[in-house]
Design a protein around this ligand. Structure first.
Ligand code: ADP
Length: 267
């Protein structure tokens, strides 16, 4: 089911062909039951990844505002040992970051061996917000797709598996979530006036995302387009893809030191 949301590499992606709201024959209760079991597997796999310390996993999350990046991190990694997970949120670049190449700040946060790294926004902002707002010239952002593919290739060749999730919500769903943020005192802090001009450029963002999902959807660093209007379904699919990937990575506990069977712990 999950591979269904990964477009074939090389295929031109049109987002209108991808649902935002799951309506299939599978409900929240069924997902919850399966998810409990998936979370247990995830916790176990993470422990093995950490103990083995030979490979790492990088999870990239991208979405429009209120698309659910924070909620996904909170729910999917609920049961995982926080010591083995490193979360990085990429904001507007600082003056120091801006005088380096766009991948400089990213590379510092890629997960070391044994770790799961989570990017809440990522190097993709440099071909999304930067492109839509003309923050650099077209020739500069156009060259970045190849730079990104090469960078991700380097990470993969160095023992990092990469999974990239676009949390795909509808414009109507975003409106509802913004309204909810305005209406609820405990959620108001999440609303920013700056979110509205971004919403106005929705179509430009969709076009920029389509290019990302077409040009940077490689065999070695796949994109998944997750129907994200329903949070329970989004969480379920993202968890499932991560668990299946870690299972394929098959991390192993390292062999015990020689002679452990003869150890006697002194009094
Ligand atoms: P979030 O919306 O992820 O919860 P913020 O509200 O702090 O967090 O938003 C981070 C902001 O940083 C976003 O508006 C995003 O577009 C911006 N940003 C991230 N990376 C870049 C970049 N490379 N260039 C310009 N803006 C960026």
């Amino acid at each position: 089911m999950s591979h269904h949301y990964h477009p074939d590499p090389g295929k031109e992606v049109r987002l209108k062909d991808y649902i935002t709201r799951f309506e299939g024959d599978f409900d929240k209760d069924e997902a919850a039951a399966e998810e409990a079991e998936l979370e247990e597997r995830l916790a176990n796999l993470q422990e093995r990844l950490y103990a083995e310390s030979k490979q790492s996993l990088l999870v990239v999350l991208q979405a429009m505002d209120a698309g659910g990046k924070d909620g996904t991190i909170k729910h999917v990694f609920d049961a995982v040992n926080p010591q083995g997970v490193r979360i990085t949120s990429f904001k507007v670049p600082t003056a120091e970051e801006l005088v380096h190449d766009f991948l400089w700040r990213i590379h510092q946060h890629t997960p070391p061996k044994g770790y799961i790294g989570i990017f809440n926004r990522s190097h993709y902002e440099d071909v999304l917000v930067v492109r839509v707002n003309d923050l650099v010239s077209k020739s500069v952002w156009k060259a970045r797709y190849d730079h990104i593919n090469n960078f991700e290739r380097l990470l993969v060749d160095s023992g990092t598996r990469i999974l990239k999730f676009f949390l795909h919500i509808s414009k109507d769903e975003q409106k509802e979530r913004f309204q909810d943020r305005l209406d609820r005192p405990d959620k108001r802090w999440k609303f920013s006036m700056g979110d509205l001009p971004v919403r106005e450029k929705w179509d430009d963002y969709m076009e920029a995302y389509e290019d990302v999902l077409t040009r940077c959807n490689t065999e070695y660093a796949p994109w998944y387009i997750i129907p994200a209007d329903r949070k329970w379904y989004r969480n379920y699919i993202v968890t499932k893809v991560i668990v299946e990937t870690l299972e394929a990575m098959n991390p192993q506990f390292p062999p015990a030191e020689e002679g452990l069977d003869k150890v006697v712990i002194p009094d």
